[in-house]
Write a protein that binds this ligand. Structure first.
Ligand SMILES: Nc1ncnc2c1ncn2[C@@H]1O[C@H](COP(=O)(O)OP(=O)(O)O)[C@@H](O)[C@H]1O
Ligand SMILES: N[C@@H](CCC(=O)OP(=O)(O)O)C(=O)O
Length: 374
């Protein structure tokens, strides 16, 4: 088993809060220096690296002397603002010692959901990489509210992987990798060396965060791998304190867990459509519609829809669910929820009779549809 990192050209490396802040005791400058040195080594071997760094809230809590994560949103946002200063200062100092420039990029889901801002972020990141600068990304926690936030940096890391079309995502965390169960709770859990990204069994093994510092736990990492795989990228989940972890991965040593992409990459627009936009509702599909979408590469017609949920508008993203409620696809819907309620189950020829007009013959056109296999 060889690590995919060896042949990757463009990598996103994500480092979690508890690793960075020494389990909340304060930024671990020595460890940061070690990762910066290894990233510099990777860059010297011709790889481009984008860093996704957590730790703003954890470091803010330490600087403010808070023992518990603030519950009030304004306090959480303020703590993140305090901690982000230390975080970026720390990274700047580490990379500066190797004469490498850094850039701070703070994003929210709203930035990624707007096609224009998404493309802007992409060209800024490409420009920085072209200049040999290491972009350091975090969520813009100081302005992020529930409606516009990504919520955890594993997800953000996978969105950035898609954004820059990286071929690998490396998640450094506080466990050796993905285990068959949370090793903090189950001492008999064993490490998974390699699996297929998107394998639904992985989601049942992965639990929540291990400490008050972490956000998503293993589940968000497994889901991040699934998303990254949609753009053809592989994911490694590894213990960040493993000596020389990044250099060893780059030399091909397989450490931790590798979740490998097995499907052809979606086009950049379809990745954006399926992952960056918020889902506004869902459509329940009959078996014929699921077959038409998943096996026959067809558009979704109203006749194959048996029900819906949500108050979506025309042009918004909706989930397509099979009879068991499993999401099989996502797409931009041509009719609002109000209109869809009236035409569901109807043949396309009846749309005009029922609504008095026809916007499009399909409920979701194939070009605006993303299949979610795996
Ligand atoms: N199946 C699993 N394998 C490994 N760790 C797991 C698993 N399920 C849950 N976890 C927990 O996930 C934690 C890592 O996630 P998290 O706390 O969010 O860290 P990070 O800050 O690195 O994102 C581990 O400390 C562990 O307790
Ligand atoms: N944006 C937040 C990090 C959120 C997060 O996902 O944390 P983690 O699970 O430790 O990667 C912060 O900087 O505190």
């Amino acid at each position: 088993m060889t690590s995919f990192v060896r042949t990757a050209h463009r990598l996103v490396i994500k480092i979690g809060s508890s690793l960075l802040t020494n389990e909340g005791r304060g930024l671990d400058h020595e460890a940061m220096q070690g990762w910066a040195e290894q990233i510099q080594f990777l860059r010297k071997t011709g790889k481009s690296v984008v860093l996704v760094s957590s730790g703003a809230v954890a470091e803010g809590m330490r600087r403010l002397g808070l023992n518990d994560r603030p519950k009030a949103l304004h306090e959480l946002q303020a703590a993140a603002a305090v901690g982000q200063m230390g975080l970026i200062q720390g990274w700047e100092t580490c990379f500066r010692s190797y004469d490498v420039g850094t850039a701070q990029i703070l994003l929210t889901r709203a930035d990624l959901a707007s096609r224009e801002r998404y493309l802007n972020a992409r060209s800024t990141l490409s420009t920085l990489l072209g200049w040999g600068v290491v972009p350091i990304i975090n969520e813009n926690d100081t302005v992020a509210t529930d409606e516009i936030k990504v919520g955890d940096n594993d997800t953000l890391g996978s969105l950035v992987t898609q954004l820059i079309e990286a071929d690998g995502l490396v998640i450094l965390t506080d466990q050796a990798g993905l285990f068959t169960a949370d090793p903090r709770k189950n001492p008999n859990a064993t490490l998974i060396g390699e699996a297929k990204a998107g394998d639904p069994n992985l989601e049942t093994m992965a639990g929540g965060a291990g400490s008050i510092l972490g956000r998503g736990g293993m589940l968000t990492k497994v889901l991040a791998a699934k998303r990254a795989a949609r753009s053809g990228a592989h994911t490694a989940i590894v213990w960040g304190r493993e000596p020389n972890v990044l250099n060893r991965l780059a030399s091909g040593e397989s450490i931790g867990t590798q979740l490998l992409a097995s499907l052809p990459a979606l086009t950049a627009r379809k990745q954006w459509l399926g992952d960056a936009l918020p889902v506004r509702g869902s459509l329940m599909l009959d078996e014929g519609a699921v077959t038409a979408l998943c096996q026959e590469q067809k558009s979704l017609l109203p006749v194959g829809v048996t029900g819906l949920q949500g108050a979506f508008e025309r042009g918004e993203l909706v989930s397509c669910l099979d009879k068991e409620g499993k999401e099989v696809a996502r797409g931009l819907v041509n009719y609002s929820a109000r209109e869809t309620t009236k035409i569901l189950g109807q043949p396309t020829e009846s749309i005009e009779n029922v609504l008095g007009y026809v916007d499009e013959p399909e409920l979701i056109h194939r070009d605006n549809l993303v299949l979610l296999q795996g």
